[in-house]
Design a protein. Structure first.
Length: 172
């Protein structure tokens, strides 16, 4: 039986990493990161099937990733690259997030980025789950973001759906 941790060192997953540039990634994987992947896949399953479903085994989780990668490898690489750029642009524009009109923070309280580290090797697996929601389950993507604790999840979902369509429809 292949585990999630073993998948992260499997050629099919490493091929995605190579497509994005190996130097962009921290190669160490912490057990807490693997548990977060499992948790997000469980959240996906609960949203799709309800809470009375039989929880996926780790082997079934690995199979989900392998199937997604084999079907959508190029799209996953494209999505990851565009999402990185989108995230970088948003961080520059809104380093502390968005605030309602009249509640903006003062200029001296705005955060400053000190150092940008490499991406976690598990980040691509997280992007694959999000990619699946945006490609195949847009009607519940806001609920997924809400379960992750993303503030203003409905607005974020709308923004991500629009961004997904921009990337894959307009080819931006």
């Amino acid at each position: 039986m292949e585990t999630i941790k073993e998948l992260l060192d499997n050629d099919i997953y490493l091929d995605i990493i190579k497509g994005l540039g190996v130097d962009n990634f921290n190669q160490d994987v912490q057990s807490v990161e693997v548990e977060e992947l499992k948790n997000r896949l469980r959240q996906r399953q609960f949203l799709l099937e309800g809470f009375n479903c039989k929880v996926l085994s780790e082997q079934e989780m690995v199979q989900f990733y392998k199937q997604m990668i084999s079907e959508y490898r190029k799209d996953i690489i494209l999505w990851s690259k565009r999402f990185w750029k989108y995230s970088d642009d948003i961080i520059e524009e809104y380093p502390d997030g968005e605030f309602p009109k009249g509640e903006e923070i003062s200029k001296e309280d705005v955060s400053t980025t000190i150092e940008i580290e490499k991406y976690s090797k598990t980040s691509i697996a997280l992007y694959i789950i999000e990619f699946d929601f945006l490609k195949n389950h847009q009607e519940i993507v806001a609920e997924y973001y809400k379960r992750l604790g993303i503030p203003r999840s409905a607005k974020y979902a709308k923004d991500m759906i629009a961004f997904y369509k921009e990337v894959f429809t307009l080819g931006i």
